[in-house]
Design a protein around this ligand. Structure first.
Ligand SMILES: *Cc1c(COP(=O)(O)O)cnc(C)c1O
Length: 386
């Protein structure tokens, strides 16, 4: 595990996890003649992700962003097609749609989870709608039965952006296995990482073969490597979405530590929840409360009573050596969101959530002293009186 570091130094918002085997794995790749993609570490990491996610077919990609691009293209979203997305998400959720000439249609979130509000999705559907792309914020499950019901009734496909929620079990299945296609990110800010990296998780069998082709420069090289065809050639549109074995080697070693990573992150998350509960109640701060207690311990957030209080809390914590942040400037208010997308209905909850959100440092290697310091610093926050 990563070493927490000196409690007197600023506590960073996020630090990459270091796994015991990653240097040995990297050396093994460098000493081999297989440094390009789809070697033994890619196979091993893919199998581990598949097992964690209850999905049969997993393809590693160079990033979560590229995985989203693949997902949108595999669902045949083209010029003028609409895809419903939350405005409260990472830019790649919308960029992936715009990359194909499609139009992101922004829908509001639930005020408690930050997830897309399924009750608003149906009103956003038009004859041009092709797909619904949801994001499980912090690995808190979107109400997928409601989303799948709408999708089924309107003949739409469903993408799960599960960048935060690898391996999260829910009563309706494991996140990443519920929609037609899902993505993971292995950026080094995520629970498990390979520096940069991602994966496509395919549940709809119709998408499998084209996904392999798309990832391998539009060729049927994967079939060739399995001995299913005697030469490979250009068969469809594609790009180079596969990571090298160096990335896969790091990812594979990190996945070996998955249970330990999750256990430690949940400990820290629980310490925040317990340590800040009374303070939050007395200060009209809403701590993250995932329905059913289901989440990935990827983020710990709180919603402050006002934007003024949130901004002051960012300044206060940073001045005391705790790097808290906020994120997701709503896409519908961003320059590119206004240029490429459209809104469906009010986005008042998105604006309020994003304006008042505060996130605390949460990473596997944090020490007890650091966790305590974060809690104490938060409790000493002098709320602005105006
Ligand atoms: C990290 C992230 C991604 C993808 O990020 P990459 O850096 O491209 O791997 C996509 N969606 C969400 C919600 C994310 O947090």
């Amino acid at each position: 595990m990563a070493v927490g570091g000196d409690v007197n130094e600023p506590i960073l918002f996020s630090r990459p996890f270091r796994s015991p085997l990653e240097k040995a794995n990297l050396a093994a790749v460098i000493d081999s003649d297989h440094v390009h993609g789809d070697g033994s570490f890619t196979a091993s990491a893919s199998a581990k992700i598949a097992a964690l996610s209850d999905v049969e077919h997993v393809l590693l990609t160079t990033s979560g962003t590229h995985a989203l691009e693949m997902a949108v293209r595999l669902l045949d979203v083209g010029a003028g097609d609409e895809v419903i997305v939350p405005s409260f998400t990472f830019t790649s959720g919308a960029n992936s749609i715009v990359a194909t000439g499609g139009v992101p249609v922004f829908v509001d979130i639930e005020g408690n989870t930050g997830n897309i509000d399924p009750s608003l999705v149906e009103a956003a559907i038009t004859p041009k709608t092709k797909a619904i792309s949801v994001m499980h914020y912090g690995g808190v499950p979107v109400d997928m039965p409601a989303i799948l019901d709408i999708a089924r009734r309107h003949g739409l496909t469903v993408i799960e952006d599960n960048a935060h929620g690898l391996g999260v079990k829910t009563p309706f299945g494991t996140l990443g296995s519920v929609g037609d296609i899902a993505i993971q990110s292995f950026h080094d800010t995520k629970n498990v990482h390979s520096g940069e990296g991602g994966a496509v998780l395919i549940s709809n069998p119709k998408l499998r073969e084209r996904a392999e082709i798309m990832r391998e420069k539009g060729t049927n090289r994967s079939k060739f490597l399995r001995g299913q065809v005697d030469k490979y050639s250009w068969v469809d549109w594609g790009s180079s979405y596969l990571p090298s074995e160096l990335n896969a080697a790091v990812l594979d070693s990190q996945l070996d530590s998955f249970d330990a990573i999750q256990a430690r992150r949940h400990e820290i998350w629980n310490a925040y929840q317990e340590g800040l509960g009374e303070w939050a109640a007395s200060a009209e701060v809403s701590l993250m409360t995932p329905p059913g207690g289901i989440h990935a311990a990827h983020v710990f957030f709180m919603v402050m009573p006002s934007e003024v209080a949130r901004d002051a809390a960012l300044t206060h914590t940073r001045a005391h050596g705790v790097v808290s942040t906020f994120h997701y400037v709503p896409l519908h208010t961003s320059a590119a969101g206004q240029k490429f997308g459209r809104t469906a209905g009010s986005l008042a909850k998105t604006d309020a959530f994003s304006g008042r959100l505060l996130r605390l440092p949460l990473w596997t290697g944090m020490s007890e002293a650091q966790v305590t310091k974060v809690i104490d610093t938060m409790k000493r926050f002098p709320f602005p009186t105006h």
